[in-house]
Design a protein. Sequence first.
Lengths: 172, 67
Amino acid sequence: MGAAAKAKQAVRCIVSNTGPLLHLSEARTLQILSYAGEVHIPKAVEAEMGHLDPTWRTPSWLTVDSLDAPWQNRAQSWQQAGLLDRGEAEAIALVQQIQATWLLTDDAAARLFSQALGLEVHGSLGLVLWAAATGHLKREEAEDVLDRLAQSSLWISPRVLVEAKAALRRLR
Amino acid sequence: MKTLQVVLPDVLAAELEALVQKGWFRSEDELVRLALIEFVRRYRFELLERFQREDIAWALQQKPNKP
């Protein structure tokens, strides 16, 4: 395998649901997503973001993908069964279509469902801590981001916030 | 769509069958699906906490080892 192919293989492919885009935007730290790899979203997630945040402009590092027919059908069947909403269903189907490494979601039902399918799933809180663990965020910056994330529309219990900050100190 | 095969105790299976026969649900499949959705809705916050804790533990493992 050539160097270019190896480099391409090393890029982590990620699909995000609406929640992490919204919560990380509200915490003014959306760019940490781009540090994690090549980020993809389905069209339904882009539409949901436009609906939830009228000032939303899809960043250039974010790729919006269409689902091929079999994956679209699969997403529709999940949605019609009442298991997931449209954005969640399309995001999970997109993970399977492009064989992404991670799915990012802050929704409990979507995460439970995805894990049952064998996908690796993380949320906004995990991504902030990952950025600190891998040196993309300094500890002080990460602590500020955690405080802003706790003020966002993402629900974080006070005890989990304390545990997350304790984890940051262990990452020094 | 994922298909789950579940083994139920006889008493519980009979109760599910009775609910379907009385017309509360169209099928046992629908009953089980709705029960799972209700479970997730009711335990949403506990699940969110559990998942966030899983992410904290995962992030701690991502720290590169010093040579």
